[in-house]
Design a protein around this ligand. Structure first.
Ligand SMILES: Nc1ncnc2c1ncn2[C@@H]1O[C@H](COP(=O)(O)OP(=O)(O)OP(=O)(O)O)[C@@H](O)[C@H]1O
Ligand SMILES: O=C(O)c1ccc[n+]([C@@H]2O[C@H](COP(=O)([O-])O)[C@@H](O)[C@H]2O)c1
Length: 197
């Protein structure tokens, strides 16, 4: 199977994540996309973290309407920080026949040289990079030149959606609406649990 992986904090998931995954399936010819909520990302503290179980539940709700999407606990179950190279290694060991594509927004691709063992990441998976926030593929390729396996990167287009989880949290805190920016079932859980208020 050609399996896409979209890793993130998903605090909360929003339509930018869903469009990104759907466009990756379409343009990179993937069969499915597993959303991978991370317990603790390697490079940042999670702002207003409701806990990994709440973020897993939010991600389940966000992906429930599409049979090609599912939620993997491979990083949620790791105590402490998880590095993508380890995540890919675990997935490769559990399903060696799967062809893995690690999907990310262009902003994340730019940071790849600072990741833990980026060349090993590129040896374990294709990188599927969405152009986002005006970051151009030429700039990314130039920035990553010199990394072995950089030819493993595949780009795909998506409509620019200027939406981020931080902006959603700020809206909730300010009492502004988030309807249409997140699936209704996500907004309902945020309201019911009083998240980000
Ligand atoms: N609007 C968007 N368009 C395309 N890709 C996105 C968008 N928002 C997030 N992504 C990508 O989804 C992945 C997971 O992102 P993450 O869960 O950290 O969301 P975020 O909105 O960037 O969060 P935050 O605002 O809290 O930093 C990353 O690869 C990120 O680049
Ligand atoms: O492995 C690394 O060094 C590494 C560094 C930065 C980000 N990542 C992964 O990239 C994904 C998106 O990160 P973020 O910050 O948008 O949540 C998520 O799965 C992170 O674990 C991984």
């Amino acid at each position: 199977m050609r399996l896409g992986l979209l890793g993130g904090t998903f605090n909360p998931p929003h339509i930018g994540h869903l469009v990104c995954a759907a466009e990756a399936i379409d343009q990179l010819e993937l069969d499915e996309v597993a959303f991978v909520p991370v317990n603790q990302p390697p490079h940042k503290e999670i702002d207003s973290d409701p806990g990994v179980e709440a973020r897993v539940e939010l991600t389940r709700r966000a992906t429930a309407g599409d049979s090609r999407f599912w939620v993997s606990r491979v990083d949620a179950d790791v105590a402490g920080r998880s590095y993508t190279v380890d995540t890919l290694q675990r997935l490769h060991e559990s399903s060696p026949a799967d062809d893995l594509t690690f999907i990310m927004g262009g902003d994340m691709a730019y940071s790849l040289p600072t990741w833990h063992e980026p060349e090993a990441v590129l040896s374990l998976a294709t990188l599927g990079v969405a152009e986002r926030s005006g970051i151009r593929r030429g700039d990314i390729v130039e920035h990553l030149a010199g990394l072995a396996g950089v030819d493993q990167i595949r780009f795909f287009d998506m409509p620019r959606l200027d939406i981020s989880s931080s902006a959603i949290r700020q809206r909730v805190a300010a009492g502004r609406p988030i309807r249409y920016l997140v699936p209704d079932s996500v907004a309902e859980f945020i309201a019911a649990e009083g998240l980000y208020a």
